[in-house]
Design a protein around this ligand. Sequence first.
Ligand SMILES: [Zn+2]
Ligand SMILES: [Zn+2]
Length: 335
Amino acid sequence: MRAALATGVDTPLSLIERETPEPGPGEVLVKVTACGLCFTDLNLLRGHYPFARFPVVPGHEITGTVAALGSGVTGLSAGDAVGGQFLYDSCGHCGYCVSGDQILCPAKRVTGIVADGGYAEYALLKAGYVTPLPAGLDPVAAAPLMCAGLTAFNGLRRAGAGPGSRVAVIGSGGIGALAVRYAAAMGARVAVIGRSAGGEATARELGAELYVATRDTDPAAALRAWDGGANVILNAAPSNEAASAVLTGLAPDGTLVLCGYDNTPLTLAAQPMVLNRLHVMASPSGSPHDLRDTLAFSAQHDILPQVTPITLDEAPAALEAMGGGSGGGRRVITF
Ligand SMILES: [Zn+2]
Ligand SMILES: [Zn+2]
């Protein structure tokens, strides 16, 4: 099979030919239909994950069909449409695992960083960690839901977004655009915080009632003027400074959710946090049941991201281009 391989830090992906793997006990061989390019894949090449196992096939926004089952796998059949995500597997017996919080398992492994992922014609995944796709879901457009969608949906619901709440989303890229649509579909009122006024039309199309351009307006003041502040602010921008700047735009008892971040320390003013009982939480992707819920909600509300299909051969250059912040929707490798 053909695959793209990450061989080390600061080294471009290599395109290789290798044996198609055979599924062992508890494993599922998935014929990959599509795999999204996530910023995590770029950060892998930038050396941001000291636990990475090189060489590794990147990619954790996988959709495909079951090609073969290892021994002991039940509940799946050849030809089933499935998704593979960031969480490759976990220990299965710690307190987090048994309560369905596998994403918090201390022994969790990450697809495309320590185990081979979806930049290949086939991916070997673990039976308990692949998720059936709802019938009729376009597997190419749905690929980014396995990571960007899951992160946005799960972050919002854990922070308490719901009917009537005011949700502000910083950034409207991969995670941000989905977060705006999910929040609107959850019944929340939505604001988008962007850098320039140029993002306003898109934000309103996605369902935002308020758009704040930080170049022209203090975002915290603008949110406080929005019926007393946001109940939830989700930072989808890769910038801690952007999160710090909006903290006092939270309403009392409000929650700042960190999905996007950079490698600088996060600085937050403590006094307004204490006086207003503010919360800060971070949200790492999600567990298998969270992905089922994300996909069901996406199918029910017809929420699919805009994607740009590319070939595997185009993946190395496309990943490097992401570092330059080029737009055009989420890139998805199709086979
Ligand atoms: Zn565990
Ligand atoms: Zn990702």
